[in-house]
Design a protein around this ligand. Structure first.
Ligand code: ATP
Ligand code: MG
Length: 560
């Protein structure tokens, strides 16, 4: 790995240390272990970039493993969406796609081994009793009356649990760890429970299912994982992670390393809550462009590169913090600025008649496709007697410092001419519906006369060939920075009622007619937009990915 270009962080330090001591023969194998109970979100993207990124940098491997130990909440739809999202982000697991459910038999056999060695027992206590006996951190817990039942009895009962002899909740298998541990997780955790539910892969073969704390370390070990990266809430689970591997006498044990989870302001990251938004139709689905899901961001116009860069910028930390969504927006602007072709589009059109322009004339003007990338070339823009400008770019009574069009004032039409507003036409309600302007033929863009200075430059489209489109403007999904913070209020009450604004009368250059879903553009002066998959031949729909105003860049410059 090139030491100079890659970030160093505490995770990489641990790995370097293990490589130096030749642990695992210097190999690095990580895994990304989603539970298929929802779509992936930007927080998962951080974990994906971290796990796959480390594997790439250390010439190791990263497995995709579905942590499907809970039969009731998991669906095939989620599995497929997860595969799609990880691939889209640019990562590949070759043939190493695994399921924790592939290991159900092995996990069962290991549990039998634990019972045989007196390290696990079948408990008939109820969930409440188990909870009560566990006690509080400052006081020892109470041992279950079943804790010392004979090994033979536990073996028989556990087999009966597996064979479906008992109803849900009748028995559980618990690890015999330490009821006096100050770490509550170590107080004889439940490792198997009865659940007569159909599993998306194993069907009805199993009616007992292993708990995460038990299944995870063993699944890691089975796959030869060397470094098991997880979020901070698992830090207190690390002793139990190690306990199972040690008590099962497993060699080459993986090392669990925890990092801070990603949180973003103005959104939520809990899959349960995201599912609530989808099921309650508060959003149009998991891939609604307002959602923090990878599929939502993709539909919104985010690129894999921008998300990978974002993950890199956020870095890994040992303490939880909320990341400003402005940093994510900055990452997509940075990427699209380099490669999105510029076009002119008018969202709220105001008709402008250029009275001194010949009635039937049209002419071709030249426009640069991307000033950041001159290899993107130029295109022809048609100019004609009637053009449309943005309603906002004209003010009859201008606020202070207004540099655009006012009655009697001049403005430059980008890539075209300077025009002057001679007359303002209103309807019976007093709304401005049309402007009559004159153009100065000497000021054609690129000509000598174009050097004449006016205060403002605005975008426009020509009535002769502009096409109509629908534009969807998105705003933050929530009104408050941290929708999870207010325990009193249901998070759904904090949704931003104006998070989606649909504009139907927008006009755009005709070149766009051939754009395909997912194509991205900068609408001059307005922001970055991407063609929505809803679009068809009859109707082009654009999603605004992000506006042009970069609040993050501003913060960065200020801090320099
Ligand atoms: P839930 O507990 O709501 O089911 P989860 O966030 O634990 O969700 P998983 O599918 O278990 O979801 O997560 C898969 C992996 O992604 C885990 O290793 C988890 O630590 C990581 N991950 C999940 N959320 C984040 C986040 N916000 N930031 C970083 N990593 C995350
Ligand atoms: Mg989880």
């Amino acid at each position: 790995m090139d030491e100079n270009t890659k970030p160093t962080n505490f995770i990489r330090d641990f790995i370097d240390e293990d490589i130096k001591s030749n642990k695992h023969n210097g190999k690095v194998i990580t895994r990304f272990p989603p539970e298929p109970n929802g779509y992936l979100h930007i927080g998962h993207a951080k974990s994906i970039c971290l796990n796959f990124g480390i594997a790439i940098d250390y010439h190791g491997l990263c497995n995709l493993r579905f942590d499907d130990t809970n039969p009731t909440k998991e669906e095939v739809e989620y599995v497929e969406s997860i595969e799609e999202d990880v691939r889209w982000l640019g990562f590949d697991w070759d043939d190493r796609m695994y399921y924790a459910s592939d290991y159900f038999q092995k996990l069962y056999d290991f549990a039998v081994q634990l019972i045989k060695e007196g390290k696990a027992y079948v408990d008939a206590s109820t969930t409440e009793e188990i909870k009560d006996h566990r006690g509080v951190p400052t006081e020892a817990g109470t041992e279950s009356p079943y804790r010392n039942r004979p090994i033979e009895e536990s073996l028989e009962l556990f087999e009966g649990m597996k064979d479906g002899k008992y109803e849900d909740g009748k028995y559980v298998l618990r690890a015999k760890v330490d009821m006096n541990s100050p770490n509550m997780i170590m107080r004889d955790p439940v490792i198997y429970r009865i659940k007569k539910a159909e599993h998306h892969r194993t069907g009805n073969k199993w009616c007992i299912y292993p708990m995460y704390d038990y299944a995870h370390p063993i699944s890691d070990w089975i796959e030869g994982i060397t470094h098991s990266l997880c979020t901070l809430e698992f830090e207190i689970h690390r002793p139990i992670y190690d306990w199972f591997l040690i008590e099962l006498h497993l060699e080459n044990r993986p090392r669990q390393i925890e990092f801070a989870r990603l949180s973003l302001n103005y959104t939520i990251m809990s899959k349960r809550k995201l599912l609530e938004l989808v099921e309650g139709k508060y959003v149009a689905g998991w891939d609604d462009p307002r959602m923090p899901t990878i599929s939502g961001l993709r539909r919104r116009g985010y690129t894999p590169e921008s998300i990978r860069n974002f993950a890199e910028k956020v870095g890994v930390a040992k303490r939880d913090a909320i990341t400003d969504v402005a940093l994510l927006e900055h990452s997509i602007r940075e990427d699209l600025n380099k490669r999105a072709p510029r076009v002119m589009a008018v969202l709220n059109p105001l008709k402008v008649i250029i009275t001194n322009y010949p009635d039937d004339k049209t002419e071709d003007l030249e426009a640069i496709n991307n000033p950041e990338d001159l290899s993107a070339g130029t295109r022809k823009l048609e100019f004609s007697k009637v053009v449309y400008i943005e309603q906002d770019d004209f003010k009859e009574i201008p606020p202070p410092k207004f540099k655009r069009l006012i009655p009697g004032g001049e403005v430059r039409l980008k890539n075209a001419y300077i025009i002057k507003c001679d007359e303002v036409i209103k309807n019976e309600n007093g709304d401005v519906i049309e402007l009559h302007c004159t153009f100065d033929p000497e000021t054609k863009s690129g000509s000598e006369g174009s050097k004449r200075k006016v205060k403002g430059t605005i975008h426009w489209v020509s009535a002769s060939n502009a096409i109509k489109m629908e534009v969807r403007l998105y705003d933050r999904l929530f009104l408050v920075e941290n929708p999870d913070a207010d325990a009193e209020k249901d998070f759904k009450e904090l949704l931003n009622p104006h998070s989606l604004d649909i504009l139907n009368e927008c006009l755009i250059e005709p070149g766009i007619a051939n754009a395909k879903p997912g194509d991205k553009f900068q609408f001059e002066r307005l922001g970055y937009f991407c063609v929505d998959p809803l679009s068809n031949d009859e109707k082009i729909v654009f999603n605004r990915t992000v506006s042009l105003r970069d609040t993050w860049a501003k913060i960065e410059t200020k801090n320099k």
